[in-house]
Design a binder for this molecule. Structure first.
Ligand code: SAM
Ligand code: DTB
Ligand code: SF4
Length: 345
């Protein structure tokens, strides 16, 4: 009888968590966080854009969509050598995972061999690998898994209800199919969304319900604060109330207790107190290094100084066997937690 994580959250239950008094919410999130993770460790990943700009999709938040005039310099798919040297630099500065992103609707068959080569070479450096390349067929997902890709990032972005306001060139269902292909191929899933796009609280709750009710929780849940890029339709969007952002992180932590929750894009616009509050709410992963894909991120030394002042250590990369063993220990411990686990499963 193995315990199962809940994936039957109702909107009402998540709304009740989300709207409870702030201190109660943070206490609950921090308590759950401490049951499953070292509260003073944060996983760090570095991003690289391996193919920049001229994307055929119309995501209203995105500087890389070809239809918006954001002044972005487009680039072709990078050579493998360049990717290896960027990955080595990321490793040298302390990252444990290297995430490669491409401004594609989906990868073409022509580009796949080069992409698979990148996975193999970056992995050979002793880094965990992640890619985000758009929609994947089941064969493409299997190819990436076969090359050794650890994680695939594909976000749901927002609630099903708000989605059509933001993207019209691919459906919510298309995204769910890609996520299922990634799972079937045996890779870990990185899936989250963006807040601050003019959505309502109900939409933030709707996104969280969708994420937690996937057949398996994503191992990594990036919560991005919209980076408002001039030239995109969302450039003048009103700023999200900061506590709403913290509430979103805290609820993600509570309903997906074993997932790494990433304080993702948008940290350039947050002060250190806000970031510290996000860690207190259960965020335990960040993007590390001066650049996200095309926009700015805090300098690595600034992040390390913040970590030192908060007593936070970067999470060490574990070998696959160690990670499996660690996860089994967490699952065993979770078996006795009646509130979040269904022991009858
Ligand atoms: N083209 C691929 C796709 O969309 O699936 C992969 C790259 S895309 C840039 C990856 C994710 O970055 C998007 O799903 C979105 O959640 C996030 N993102 C893009 N632009 C952003 C922005 N301006 N602010 C916050 N997050 C953003
Ligand atoms: C995710 O959820 N956020 C990252 C990553 N996945 C690929 C991307 C953020 C991009 C922010 C805008 C830019 O730098 O282009
Ligand atoms: Fe293209 Fe991805 Fe940007 Fe959408 S988010 S426009 S798919 S790069």
């Amino acid at each position: 009888m193995s315990p199962t994580l809940r994936n039957d959250w109702t909107t009402q239950q998540v709304q009740a968590l989300f709207t409870q008094p702030f201190n109660d919410l943070l206490f609950q999130a921090q308590s759950i966080h401490r049951e499953h993770f070292d509260p003073n460790e944060v996983q760090i990943s570095t991003l690289l854009s391996i193919k920049t700009g001229a994307c055929p999709e119309d995501c209203k938040y995105c500087p890389q969509a070809g239809i918006y005039n954001t002044g972005l310099e487009k680039e072709k798919l990078l050579e493998i050598e360049r990717v290896i040297s960027e990955a080595q630099a990321a490793k040298n500065s302390g990252a444990t995972r290297f995430c490669m992103g491409a401004a594609w609707r989906s990868p073409s068959e022509k580009d796949m061999p080069q992409v698979l080569g990148m996975v193999k070479e970056v992995k050979a450096l002793g880094l965990e690998t992640c890619m985000t390349l758009g929609m994947l067929t089941d064969q493409q997902a299997q190819g990436l898994a076969g090359a050794g890709l650890d994680y695939y990032n594909h976000n749901l972005d927002t609630s099903p209800e708000y989605y059509g306001e933001v993207i019209t060139t691919r459906t919510y269902q298309d995204r769910l199919v890609t996520l299922s292909n990634v799972r079937e191929a045996g890779m870990k899933v990185c899936c989250g969304g963006i807040v601050g796009m003019g959505e309502s609280m109900a939409d933030r709750i709707g996104l969280l319900v969708q994420l937690a009710n996937l057949p398996e929780h994503p191992e990594s849940v990036p919560i991005n604060m919209l980076v408002k890029v001039p030239g995109t339709p969302l450039e003048n969007e009103a700023a999200l109330e900061p506590f709403e952002f913290i509430r979103t992180i805290a609820v993600a932590r509570i309903i997906m207790p074993l997932s790494h929750v990433r304080l993702s894009a948008g940290r350039e616009d947050m002060n250190e107190q806000m970031q510290a509050l996000a860690f207190h709410a259960g965020a335990n992963s960040i993007f590390y290094g001066e650049k996200l894909l095309t926009t700015a991120n805090p300098a690595a030394n600034k992040d390390m100084q913040l970590f030192a002042r908060l007593g936070i250590k970067p999470e060490q990369y574990h070998t696959h066997a160690e990670a499996e063993e660690g996860m089994q220990a967490v699952v065993n411990k979770a078996a006795s937690d009646k509130y979040f686990y269904n022991a009858a499963g």
